[in-house]
Design a protein around this ligand. Structure first.
Ligand code: C2E
Ligand code: MG
Ligand code: MG
Length: 818
């Protein structure tokens, strides 16, 4: 604080230091060393107003600086400076009278400004900002001050004023009045000190104000001694007592400077407390609380001593004073008691409120805990949902992939245990959904999930991967065979039918297996291979499992390449048709021909339809191929009709895929091709496999009637493989059915097989539908079919599918052209 002021105003700092340290030192030294009485009076008379003026300047400085904090504070300090000025005026008059006029200055004109000093100073103290008090506090404070003041007045009266005026009440001289007036002034100062001590506001820095108070105390003591000595006539001007006023001035000077400096360093900050004012204030407050009682005790001491005094005025004053003090103390006690009662009741209410709060808090805490439990449950549910399949409750793809990656990491470090993957797909799941409804499909999936879980251990992970795809991670299996055993168990379990809504649901599944994941570096590769194995299992004819081997990967890759090449096969002219004759078994001539596609691949050579039709269907490329086939077959037959007019009855069977039928403009396409090629529509037979027939019954119905109108006929291909009853044939006007080769294979050795074919032929013929036997490979089969009155026959025994030129030779050899 001082160093900050020093830095900012170095010149003022040093001037103040010199004035406040040097001047008192010189004066004190003079007082000690100069023994001559007149010289001492001279020094005292000159020095005293000088000190008054220095103190006044310090107070002006304080006032100026305080203006930054509060106007009232500045005004208070200014009033104190005015008081000091008045005192200085008194000192100047005194010096003038004593030194110049060589007269005794008491009583004199100097007493005027001297006595004015007291009310002015009191006014300054009252102007300084004071504490804001509640009404009770104010009453208490006033009572305290009154007690102290009355006690002090009593003391002063008994010791000083009483003795001065008491005996000579009748003959009061100006000198006596003035002598008594100074102690009264001191009482005013004492009151000021009390106000300073009791009534300090936060805006007032305690340091300077306490210095001011100590200056006043020194002044009061000096004044009392002065009055006492004056009453006895022993006071000597320029004596040691004069030092009292000088010390007073020095303390006031310090107070003013201190106030000025602290106001400078604390500008903008209203709280001007020192380093630890709180502790100082607390200490002072504790002492102040006992102050009235100390004074009461003091007065009580006076009571027995002076009430027997001969001086009647003292005795009366004493009794009145003590009475007043006791009355005030009693009032104060009553107030304190009331206050205590009030505090106690407040405390009780606060405690009750506190208890209420505690119970409310407990309740809130309980609610909070319940809320936390609820939230934890929701969080658990959410994280469970994020990792599990909603329908079956099995792990989902995310969780499975995480477990698989974890397993891959373990196998890199440990080779003791095996980890295997089973990838499962439900065969023909679509037909369950379409045929029995989605809720049956869902129920089937839930049931399958349950069965899968029951067939595996808890450490294995069973996950639903997609619609009807499930995947299983078998952990810590003891050997590669474990996975195969599990696959067998799963298949057996899944194949068992279950009842839903009174309907029996039968499902089969295909499974791809990767026996050991330790050969893989990441989970994606494992998934790719197990998917290849599953594809192979499906390709091999459903309801099977297939174990992955690296050859399969090669095949899959080559298949992919083939798929790519197929896109350009039509435009590059790599596709061609072969023709297999269909013989009339009754009349022994070629009734028609089936067009079968072939692909002459530039690198692989001849590629059969079984190798590319399925993925041409998957990619949708079959549409383009199918259009080409239909056009090629129709134009070829038209050519033959033109070249061999006698063979105008010859028909052509063209295989149509399910995807082709679903085209909206399929009928238009057929009509257009017939128109362009000029083929008689009655010579075209469209072959649709039985499974396609069942799958898209509604579309086919419309299609059949549209094309039938122009004479196009229909045949159901691979009849018997669609696991369907013969009954559905009644619903469609089909011209021909082609009994699948698998039935023809059995008609010679297997009696039951023979009976089945016999039934098929009899029943279809009863419905007016013609029958073609596919895949006749020997004469016995042909013989049997003839005996069963089968209408037509097709097979290697009769003729393999051949190219155009060869077919024309066959036509000639069989004598059809005639
Ligand atoms: P599919 O329509 O049932 O055709 C008969 C298949 O049986 C032909 O096979 C034929 O070569 C074969 N086959 C005929 N007689 C015998 C026999 O005595 N023994 C044996 N083992 N097989 C015989 P291919 O030509 O390989 O055709 C296979 C399948 O590919 C066809 O079965 C048909 O579903 C499909 N396909 C062929 N060409 C086309 C086409 O242009 N479009 C469509 N969508 N599918 C076609
Ligand atoms: Mg066919
Ligand atoms: Mg067939």
């Amino acid at each position: 604080m001082f160093s900050a002021f020093k830095r900012k105003h170095p010149k003022i700092f040093w001037l103040i230091t010199i004035l406040t340290v040097l001047l008192p030192t010189i004066t004190l030294s003079l007082f000690f060393f100069v023994k001559d009485e007149y010289s001492r009076i001279f020094i005292s008379d000159i020095v005293s107003p000088l000190f008054d003026l220095i103190a006044m300047s310090a107070l002006i400085f304080a006032a100026k600086q305080s203006n930054r904090i509060s106007k009232r504070l500045a005004f208070g300090w200014s009033m104190l400076a005015v008081a000091l000025f008045s005192f200085a005026l008194g000192d100047i008059f005194w010096a003038f009278i004593e030194l110049y006029l060589k007269e005794t200055p008491f009583p004199s004109i100097a007493d005027g400004p001297y006595l004015l000093f007291y009310p002015l100073f009191m006014a300054g103290i009252l102007i300084l900002p004071s504490k804001l008090l509640s009404s009770t506090e104010w009453i208490k404070r006033t009572l305290d001050l009154s007690i102290v003041l009355i006690a002090a007045t009593l003391g002063l009266w008994i010791f000083l004023i009483g003795p001065i005026v008491g005996t000579e009440l009748t003959a009061l001289s100006l000198e006596i009045v003035l002598t008594a007036a100074y102690p009264v002034g001191d009482l005013i100062l004492f009151f000021a000190v009390l106000i300073i001590i009791y009534d300090r506001s936060k805006t007032i820095n305690p340091g300077p104000i306490l210095l001011l108070a100590s200056g006043l105390i020194v002044m009061i003591v000096t004044d009392i001694i002065f009055s006492y000595q004056s009453s006895l006539g022993t006071y000597l001007s320029g004596g040691v007592l004069d030092l009292g006023w000088i010390v007073t001035n020095i303390l006031i000077t310090f107070s003013g400077i201190y106030q000025g400096i602290t106001s400078e360093t604390h500008k903008g900050n209203n709280s001007l407390s020192n380093k630890n004012p709180a502790t100082i204030n607390k200490g002072i407050s504790q002492v102040l609380a006992y102050m009235p009682y100390i004074w009461v005790a003091g007065v009580y001491y006076l009571l027995p001593r002076y009430h027997h005094s001969e001086d009647a005025i003292n005795s009366d004053v004493l009794f009145i004073g003590v009475g007043c003090i006791l009355g005030l103390v009693i009032i104060r006690q009553i107030i304190v008691l009331n206050e205590n009662n009030h505090l106690l009741s407040n405390l009780m209410t606060a405690l009750e409120k506190g208890n209420l709060h505690v119970s409310e808090l407990n309740k809130a805490n309980l609610n909070l805990q319940q809320e936390i439990i609820k939230r934890n449950k929701v969080e658990e549910q959410l994280s469970h949902d994020a990792l599990h399949d909603g329908l079956t409750g099995l792990a989902n793809r995310v969780l499975f992939m995480d477990r698989l990656e974890h397993a891959v990491e373990i196998t890199k470090r440990e080779s003791k245990f095996h980890y295997s993957i089973l990838f499962m797909d439900i065969d023909n799941f679509k037909s369950i959904n379409d045929g029995l409804g989605h809720s049956s499909g869902d129920q089937a999936l839930i049931e399958i999930a349950r069965r899968l879980t029951s067939c595996t251990r808890s450490i294995d992970t069973v996950a639903r991967f997609g619609g009807d795809e499930f995947i299983i991670l078998l952990e810590h299996t003891l050997g590669k065979n474990t996975a195969i055993e599990v696959a067998d168990r799963l298949s057996a379990e899944i194949h068992q039918s279950f009842i839903y809504n009174g309907k029996e649901i039968l499902v089969t599944c295909s499974i791809g297996i990767v026996l050991d994941i330790s050969e893989y570096s990441n989970s994606e590769e494992i998934l790719r291979d197990v998917d290849i194995a599953l594809y192979r299992a499906k390709e091999k004819g459903k309801s099977q499992y297939e174990i992955f081997d690296p050859e399969m990967r090669k095949l899959a890759i080559s298949r992919l390449e083939l798929e790519g090449d197929l896109r350009y096969s039509v435009s590059k002219g790599e596709l061609f048709l072969v023709y297999q004759p269909i013989f009339s078994l009754e009349e022994n001539h070629i009734e028609g021909v089936e067009a079968l596609i072939r692909w002459r691949h530039p690198l692989r050579g001849l590629v059969m339809p079984s190798e590319f039709i399925s993925f041409a269907e998957e990619s949708g490329f079959i549409i383009q191929i199918g259009d080409w086939v239909l056009h090629e077959a129709c134009s070829q037959l038209r050519k033959w009709h033109t070249e061999y007019p006698d063979l105008e009855y010859l028909t052509v069977n063209v295989n149509i895929s399910g995807k082709q039928i679903k085209q909206k403009d399929f009928v238009d396409k057929v009509k257009n091709i017939l128109q362009v090629t000029g083929l008689n529509p009655k010579r075209l037979i469209l072959e649709i496999t039985e499974s396609t027939f069942i799958e898209s019954q509604s579309t086919i119905d419309e299609l059949l009637s549209d094309l039938r109108k122009i004479g196009v006929a229909f045949a159901i291909d691979d009849f018997g493989t669609g696991y369907s009853s013969l009954g559905y044939l009644k619903n469609f006007s089909v011209d021909t059915i082609k009994i699948d080769k698998s039935f023809i294979d059995g008609i010679v050795e297997d009696k039951k097989g023979f009976e089945i074919v016999k039934t098929i032929i009899q029943m279809t013929q009863e419905m007016g539908i013609k029958t073609v036997a596919e895949g006749i490979e020997n004469s016995e089969q042909l013989q049997n079919l003839r005996s069963l009155m089968c209408n037509f026959g097709q097979g290697y025994f009769l003729s393999k599918p051949v190219e155009v030129e060869q077919f024309e030779i066959i036509l000639k050899n069989t004598g059809n052209e005639n």
